[in-house]
Design a protein around this ligand. Structure first.
Ligand code: FE2
Ligand code: FE2
Length: 238
């Protein structure tokens, strides 16, 4: 029996997220607070753009014969409502003003590339968002630790803070796992060769390609983020 497509996409995702996670957590104690704050600001850009990206996919996946994909993505949008402002306020409470962020071209390119995957092909959008929602779990895990480190260094208690609560919602409360599982059901719904009187079939190979393309885009982005944040000018700092 063929392995489920969601499992195949997960394997690729895990390989990249595990590598980024272990590198980040290893460097966390020695990275500068400025670098850590910068990483949070860049990740916030994805959080801020997320609802718009998902909404584009909600519209695009309405052309599928299976209505559940668009319904699930709409549920995701509704759940994300208010999260970016919470992230922003949570960081402001511990001394980081997201409005001070200076544009980083790799993040601009990343968001444009994700947007290009969200429409117009609905199967590609499904695969791509399955991959990004899966990676969101890892993102919150590492950002949870980064935000804790920033709070500790600045003398703000992490326990009971809005920023900790923000990450907890996504991890402990299972929001991101729910987004991943909600889409997995459709990623694994193989309709190859099926025809419907109304709407398109979910095309397994296009779903797969969308997932792999999204992972590649995320790899390039995280590579650029780590390259800048962790490239401490060794020996140059007085
Ligand atoms: Fe969220
Ligand atoms: Fe999500």
């Amino acid at each position: 029996m063929t392995e489920r497509l969601s499992v195949q996409i997960d394997e690729r995702n895990d390989a990249f997220t595990s590598a980024v996670k272990s590198k980040l957590l290893k460097e966390l104690p020695t990275a500068s607070t400025e670098s850590l704050e910068w990483l949070v600001m860049e990740h916030y850009q994805f959080s801020f753009a997320n609802c718009g990206l998902l909404q584009a996919a909600v519209e695009c996946t309405r052309t599928l014969a299976e209505p559940g994909v668009s319904v699930e993505l709409q549920r995701n949008v509704d759940e994300e409502d208010g999260h970016a402002p919470m992230y922003k306020q949570g960081m402001l409470n511990v001394g980081t003003d997201m409005d001070q962020r200076v544009e980083f071209p790799a993040t601009t390119a990343f968001l444009a590339e994700v947007e290009a995957l969200c429409a117009p092909d609905p199967s590609r959008a499904l695969g791509a968002l399955y991959a990004t929602e899966t990676a969101a779990i890892f993102e919150h895990e590492v950002l949870f630790e980064i935000c804790r480190e920033i709070s500790d260094r600045r003398g703000f208690p992490y326990e009971g803070s809005l920023i900790k609560r923000f990450h907890d919602i996504h991890l402990e409360d299972g929001v991101e796992q729910g987004h991943k599982d909600g889409l997995a059901a459709f990623v694994d719904l193989d309709q190859t060769g099926a025809t419907f009187t109304e709407g398109e079939a979910i095309d397994r190979e296009v779903v797969r390609q969308g997932g792999l393309d999204a992972i590649q885009i995320m790899e390039v982005w995280w590579d650029a983020l780590l390259g800048k944040a962790l490239a401490e000018p060794a020996g140059t700092a007085a």
